[in-house]
Ligand binder design. Sequence first.
Ligand code: ADP
Ligand code: ASP
Ligand code: MG
Length: 450
Amino acid sequence: MIVMKFGGSSVESAAAIDRVVSIVEARLERRPVVVVSAMGKTTNRLLECAHLAVAGEREKALGKLAELRAFHHAEAPEVKGEVDAHFAELAELLRGMSVLGELTPRSIDAISSYGERMSSLAVTAAFSRRGIAAEHVDARELIITDDRHSQAAPLYAETYERLAARVPQLAARAVVVMGGFIGSTKAGVTSTLGRGGSDFSAAIVGAGIGAEEIQIWTDVDGMLTCDPRVLAGGRRVRVISFAEAAELAYFGAKVLHPSTVLPAVEKEIPVLILNSRRPDVEGTRIVAEGVPSENPIKSIACKRDITAVSIKSTRMLMAHGFLRRIFEVFDRHETPVDMVTTSEVSVSLTVDNTARIEGIVEELRAFAEVHVETGRALVALVGEGLGERKGIAGRAFHALNGINVRMISQGASMLNLSFVLADDDVVKAVGLLHAEFFTELDPRVFEVAA
Ligand code: ADP
Ligand code: ASP
Ligand code: MG
């Protein structure tokens, strides 16, 4: 069995779904289990509707919902009946939300789950139309999570047990199709694994059924040497280690959800990133052991528009417990910290999620001077063994000459060297670093021909 996951853009239209069917059809003998995202930008649209509804813009919310229904009718006409039933429920939910005027993580999950519930039905129908036996499974019956809604974690034992009990026997006679991203709590309440979570679903399913491979089909040729939204002209990385892929994902390479790698590593299942528009390109293979490479850096990742917080102890001497107090504040506000640098009396750190930054700053000010800088970006050079090679930092700084670097960190994993700089400088910085580290490419690891 193999797991084939298709992201939003790979199922964004009837034509895209047709390509999916052809890609899967060519691999039927490997007994594919297909995991799909919501069609196109459906998840964003559903969340927009929810936000409008709670903001008292009920009619506008219902209007947007009608547009989304029309989109599903146009691109997935075979499942019109089911789609209509789902949209009737969605309209009810939005009306309820507009009365309550409150958006809870649980209701966000209820709303956003509909995208994958409908796309998985549409894809199943497309297989049937093409004469390929297909079996739809509601992912919520198989992926069981804790109740941290909108950021739920799978309960692995229960989930693996259910997957193993249901999926292999179905896959023996049909293409199994299920929605990514969604699950349910033990109490049966719909939950989601967080934005971009369909990759994670694919890895969980792969681990649960002991798949021989997990294929992540998306809209790029694989992991590229830089984020294509920041800099065009990046080369495909042919093979990358799990550790490198996880590090890149963590630092913003959206092509793979960071949590995806863990279940795959634990069961030693190779993961492939492939392009559903160019299925013949060999993609990127993610493997357990790093491959030797002449190039110390495999790729450059960026997290844009982040916030840097500098915290300076207001006491003359730094008392012990300063760091602990700082991190307790972030912890209480459930806000992850991405990068940290410290000196004896000051700490600088970056956060991506600033939803609770005001409360955080207020608490920090009780014992420290706090300075918040918005409009920053984190740029990370990632490569296994980077920490042991001489001269990498020197080359990076030389390349970045003229750009104001605000923070520098070399992760303890020795896998990344990262910089914080002004978001306005990101494109230039990535261009300079890319030219420095990827002008010559080791053909064992990178696609060399343009
Ligand atoms: P999907 O809908 O298939 O899950 P995503 O949008 O989540 O696709 O991820 C694919 C996108 O990731 C690409 O279109 C690209 O813009 C972005 N991306 C960021 N960094 C990289 C990188 N280093 N290599 C490839 N793609 C990247
Ligand atoms: N549809 C979900 C999202 O947009 C999950 C995914 O596509 O991976 O976040
Ligand atoms: Mg994605």
